[in-house]
Design a protein around this ligand. Structure first.
Ligand SMILES: Nc1ncnc2c1ncn2[C@@H]1O[C@H](COP(=O)(O)OP(=O)(O)OP(=O)(O)O)[C@@H](O)[C@H]1O
Length: 253
């Protein structure tokens, strides 16, 4: 088995006539948490959409769990949570999960246990029978995450899962990501524009303006740049990149 869950070579994505991801080459190790970090608009969501096969105009090579990204064999092996919770407001959390488990093809006899496990994973057991419409935004987000956990996906792709959550919930979610990686061998890809979350990842891809600034562990990134935090390391890399290719200045007459 390939030790990488994801491999990209010369990955490029065009959106609205603009190149929004440009010549990305990287690999994401299996069973580890890879953080996708960078400022708003740098291309994190686009890269995630490419990983799950939901993005048009992708060129270069992108292999996910030994198949081309988006291959139909990957449907049940990859879980994806977008920034907008995508669950039915007029069903309870449990009914949502039962519905999605049925769609995924979980046999009826195994469904109740699988749904209970997913609810437990995201710590929503006590709210399982509340209508989703009556849950808080953070709780609805966790129902979406529970849906993505159904079927025990090998790769979990999470677009800014901790946005707007209080510190306790954020910590709990990161503990869950680590448990999934360590106990179930799940490869977790998490995007964030909050740099302190970077320290919680095993590996980081730092993006800026659709280009890869770094593909490293948090420790090596700090060591290599001589920075105390990942945030400072990111800023140093931005400055280095700007110095290496300065913006064109106007010619003086
Ligand atoms: N539907 C679209 N059509 C054209 N361009 C788009 C479209 N969606 C996004 N873009 C552009 O693609 C670039 C990358 O967007 P993307 O959503 O991947 O960034 P992001 O890093 O996920 O941002 P955020 O953190 O704000 O979610 C941006 O410049 C954005 O304006």
């Amino acid at each position: 088995m390939n030790k990488h869950a994801v491999q990209a070579t010369g990955l490029r994505v065009v959106r609205g006539g603009r190149t929004v991801l440009d010549d990305l080459t990287f690999a994401m190790p299996r069973g580890r948490i890879t953080g996708l970090l960078g400022p708003s608009g740098c291309g994190k969501s686009t890269l995630m959409r490419a990983l799950v096969g939901a993005q048009a105009k992708v060129t270069g090579e992108l292999t996910v769990l030994d198949r081309p990204a988006g291959h139909r064999d990957l449907r049940s092996r990859v879980g994806y949570v977008t920034q907008a919770p995508s669950v039915y407001a007029d069903l309870t959390a449990r009914q949502n999960l039962e519905y999605f488990a049925a769609v995924l093809g979980t046999p009826a006899r195994a469904r109740a246990a699988e749904v209970a496990r997913a609810l437990h994973d995201v710590d929503l057991t006590s709210h399982a029978d509340a209508l989703t419409a009556n849950l808080s935004g953070g709780q609805r987000g966790r129902v979406s995450l529970a849906v993505a956990l159904l079927g025990d996906p090998e790769l979990l792709v999470l677009d800014e899962p901790t946005v707007g959550l209080d510190p306790v919930l954020r910590r709990d979610l990161w503990q869950l990501f680590h448990r999934l990686a360590e106990e179930r061998g799940t490869t977790v890809v998490v995007s964030s524009h909050v740099m302190d979350e970077a320290e919680r990842c095993h590996r980081l891809l730092l993006l800026r303006d659709g280009r890869l600034l770094a593909d490293d562990t948090p420790d090596d990134l700090r060591r290599r740049t001589g920075a105390a935090t990942v945030e400072d390391a990111f800023l140093r890399l931005v400055d280095e990149a700007a110095a290496a290719s300065p913006l064109p200045t106007k010619a003086t007459p």
